[in-house]
Design a protein around this ligand. Structure first.
Ligand code: SIN
Length: 331
């Protein structure tokens, strides 16, 4: 852990988990051929003297160092525990987490669902490595600290390219653009302009609200193998349900289906999912559309995802199964 700033100020804790924001390339101009998760969080903070202008003392801690495509349950547990630990300290104003962009929305939603924090937890990232000629990480870090410093801030949010998104709505929508995230129909929560947050709507509050208890027992017990098995399947032309039958045979406990349009399914895929559901597998229907939500209709036989994207519906279903294991079939 590293500390900078005066000790009697309130603290912002910056937790590092890796990502492109901590990535390096052999050549400064290379924004693609880099390796993520190379630079330590202490070094990233030290390289940004403007962070010292914050009215808060800064602490940094390396929780993980991964390319977020490799994010896993162990890191999620450790991260949730470290966030909970720091938030419990009176002198801590808020948390900033540096994270890769690729699974950032899943981690953000997981933390919101498990912690529903009364203080701000701000995830930030970069689309260009730290060695880029014009890296975006430093400005994102400054904006994230400004957001975490904002009086009244609470809940888990994401800050990227000057835009603040709620953990519930945020989605990565672009492979390359610096402004790679969108909050879809809900719109951004706010914008950071010259170090000041302009807020458009309310901070996120409990979405699932499961509490840390269930995952702490996993962290201290069986580890990753104790997580309920939940997979995602997709509807497309010719989807025939074979993938569903294979997953059921393999012991899956929950399935999220990314349907077409308003959660519609090829009749063969729907039949396989109904069969899985009858066998005790929890099935949730989301949409593969980037915007909009599945609107329930009378007579629906598969529950919809309550507006969650497929990857977030999967996290919610895993937490549900964890909280009420009796609902899962015996495997
Ligand atoms: C990652 O998700 O860790 C790599 C990609 C990125 O951060 O943009």
């Amino acid at each position: 852990m590293q500390v900078s700033g005066e000790m009697n100020k309130k603290k912002i804790v910056i937790l590092g988990t890796g990502g492109t924001i901590a990535g390096t390339a052999a050549q400064a101009g290379d924004n693609l051929g880099y390796t993520a998760a190379q630079v330590g969080i202490g070094q990233l903070v030290a390289a940004l003297p403007a962070l010292g202008d914050s009215h808060h003392a800064l602490l940094s801690e390396q929780v993980a160092q991964v390319d977020s495509k490799d994010m896993d349950f162990d890191i999620w547990c450790r991260l949730a525990q470290r966030v909970a630990h720091w938030l419990a300290q009176d002198e801590v104003q808020g948390i900033v987490i540096t994270h890769g962009t690729d699974t950032l929305e899943e981690t953000a939603f997981f933390l919101q669902a498990v912690l529903d924090p009364a203080k701000p937890v701000v995830l930030t990232c970069a689309m260009r490595p730290a060695t880029a000629l014009a890296p975006d990480g430093p400005q994102n870090m400054l904006d994230a600290v400004a957001t975490a410093s904002h009086a009244g801030a609470r809940g888990v949010v994401v800050v990227c390219a000057g835009v603040v998104h709620s953990a519930v709505d945020v989605q990565k929508v672009h492979t390359y653009r610096l402004d790679a995230f969108s909050s879809g129909d809900a719109g951004a929560l706010g914008r950071v302009e010259e170090g000041r947050l302009r807020l458009f709507r309310n901070w996120p509050s409990a979405h699932v609200g499961h509490g840390l208890g269930a995952i702490e027992s996993i962290a201290s017990g069986a580890g990753a193998s104790a997580w309920p098995r939940v997979d995602i399947v997709l509807n497309y032309a010719g989807a025939d349900g074979r993938a569903v039958r294979a997953l059921v045979a393999d012991g899956v406990q929950g399935l999220v289906v990314a349907g077409t349009g308003n959660g519609t399914l090829h009749h063969a895929l729907e039949a396989a999912l109904l069969q899985a559901q009858a066998a005790g597998v929890r099935v949730v229907r989301a949409t593969r559309c980037l915007e909009g939500r599945v609107l329930p209709r009378a007579g629906d036989t598969l529950a919809d995802s309550l507006g969650l994207s497929p990857v977030k519906a999967r996290v919610a279903l895993m937490l549900d199964l964890l909280a009420s294991p009796g609902q899962a079939r015996d495997v």
